[in-house]
Design a protein around this ligand. Structure first.
Ligand code: ZN
Length: 74
């Protein structure tokens, strides 16, 4: 019985460690999901540039299909 109880204690320790790890991962995941939208809100709106030629919304650094370059960075 002693050996069985010892194995059970080890399993309980492993389960507790697992729960702690999952809890930490969940907390970090929540923090990331909370901090992500706040950081995205500004840049996303600013980076939404309209093509001066055809008025199509340009996403990121991709140039417009019509040929009218929205940004002169490249
Ligand atoms: Zn265009």
């Amino acid at each position: 019985m002693g050996a069985v109880w010892g194995a059970g204690a080890v399993i309980i320790k492993i389960v507790l460690l697992f729960l702690v790890l999952i809890g930490l991962l969940g907390m970090t995941g929540r923090f990331r999901s909370i901090s992500k939208p706040k950081k995205k809100d500004g840049p996303v709106i600013k980076s939404a540039v309209k093509c001066p030629k055809c008025g199509t919304y340009l996403v990121g650094d991709s140039p417009c299909n019509c040929g009218g370059s929205g940004d002169s960075r490249s």
